[in-house]
Design a protein around this ligand. Structure first.
Ligand code: CAP
Ligand code: MG
Length: 425
């Protein structure tokens, strides 16, 4: 019998192969366990091992499928594990996560465990679809090439009738928004049914396009049980929709893969619920890992935070997520693994949550031009109403593009001036 149990997975001489899936964890051992042993246990339980040697194990399994802990940094509680690709069913993210993001989180031997980063091999990337449109495709559809996109979330989150919703959307588009989106908790409630909302809001979209001469998109929230989600996506496609929105984490990875397989439209990914798994810095998984999987499956835009708004998330974190979803390549550092994206298209990072005109230049400054600036309260809270709120956001973007201080630009742009005074504090 080959000894393939918890203690045998550390091999510091191992050089990872191109095809290996590499995962980086921060490991906090429970009392009575050594760091090295717990790293080995993590590798074992997430692959072929269990708590004891088993008589059913054969040498081939150990040879072909056992992962290797090839890097240990006890001071920073960090380890890197290389998993042979044969361990996984390609194209099946739930299976991959049942291995690497599964039992290991509940083991007595690890007090806390944080999946920090992942390097996905080309073969695995190729078994998923990746974004259909990506940044370039979305820019091409909208005809907007050299400024950030401006979007809004219809507010209040829920409670408006379909007619009221469509009117708010129209005002936002008219004022200059490129994008109007539903909120994460609006789907098809009795006060605002999906089909009716979609038809009325698309009519408003066409009207606003005609009047402004600009292309506009509507992210309609198709989040629902899988069959119903597909029904809604098909309804949107059949009736002239141009974008769908999904709450990718509450929906689940499997449903996201299904949606990607069945739709011809770009997918906007809302990340509601991410903080349940990524907020504790010592446990769970990072938003970077979530974002990499979302790109691999194939969303076209994804919420990544703002660093300045109402949601948690540091500048470093937001920038690293942005790199993971927008770049072709990310470098290996002491803290992170490298990632080559080969032909997988870049995803638009969306800055949302407490965005308003005054913070626009700061966000553009650190996130660059390839960003969607999305403001809900920061548009509908404008004292002159939604249309003026949207105008103020576009003015803030124009000022930033021209490198004119907002206060200066506001002297000749009343909507911006009022917005700046309103949210001074
Ligand atoms: C923004 C938003 C988004 C948040 C979520 C909201 O509205 O629609 O859900 O952006 O956070 O309801 O809060 P406001 P994140 O503009 O009114 O804040 O983008 O970090 O996932
Ligand atoms: Mg929201």
């Amino acid at each position: 019998m080959t000894a393939v149990h918890y203690e045998n997975f550390v091999n510091l001489k191992y050089k990872p192969k191109e095809d290996d899936l590499i995962c980086q964890f921060r490991v906090t051992p429970a009392k009575g366990y050594s760091f090295k042993d717990v790293c080995s246990i993590v590798a074992g339980e997430s692959s072929v091992g269990t708590w004891t040697e088993v008589s059913t194990m054969n040498p081939q399994i150990g040879k072909l499928l056992a992962p290797k802990v090839y890097f240990l940094d006890e001071k920073n509680k960090r380890c890197r594990i290389a998993y042979p690709i044969e361990l996984f069913e390609l194209g099946n993210l739930p299976e991959i996560l049942s291995s690497v993001g599964g039992n290991i989180y509940g083991m007595n031997s690890a007090e806390e465990l944080r999946w920090e980063d992942v390097r996905i091999p080309e073969k695995m990337l190729n078994s998923f679809k990746g974004p259909q449109f990506g940044i370039e495709g979305i820019r091409k559809y909208l005809g907007v090439h050299n400024r950030p996109l401006v979007g809004t979330i219809v507010k209040p989150k829920v409670g408006l009738t379909s007619e009221e919703h469509a009117k708010v959307a129209y005002d936002a588009w008219k004022g200059g928004c490129d994008i109007v989106k539903d909120d994460e908790n609006l789907t098809s409630q009795d006060f605002n049914k999906f089909e009716k909302r979609f038809l009325l809001t698309m009519k408003a979209c066409k009207q606003a396009e005609k009047e402004t001469g600009e292309k506009k998109v509507y992210f309609i929230n198709c989040t629902a049980e899988c069959d119903e989600m597909i029904k809604r996506i098909k309804f949107v496609e059949k009736n002239g929709g141009n974008y769908i929105m999904l709450d990718i984490l509450t929906l689940g990875w499997s449903a996201l893969q299904t949606a990607r397989k069945h739709t011809k439209l770009p997918i906007h990914a809302h990340r509601a619920g991410h903080a349940m798994v990524d907020r504790n810095p010592e446990h769970g998984m990072t938003m970077e890992v979530i974002a990499q999987f979302a790109r691999m499956i194939g969303v076209d835009s994804l919420h990544i935070g703002t660093a300045y708004g109402k949601m948690s998330g540091s500048k470093d974190e937001v920038l690293h997520i942005e790199e993971e979803i927008e770049n072709k390549f990310t470098e290996q550092t002491k803290k992170n693994l490298s990632q080559k994206w080969f032909n997988v298209k870049p995803v638009f990072g969306v800055a949302s949550g407490g965005v308003y005109p005054e913070i626009v230049p700061k966000i553009i400054d650190f996130m660059g031009n390839d960003v969607v600036l999305q403001a809900g309260g920061g548009i509908h809270g404008h004292p002159f109403g939604t249309e003026s709120g949207a105008r103020a956001m576009r003015q803030a973007v124009s000022a930033s593009m021209k490198k004119i201080p907002l206060g200066e630009y506001a002297k000749t742009h009343v909507e911006l001036e009022v917005a700046l005074n309103t949210w001074k504090k």
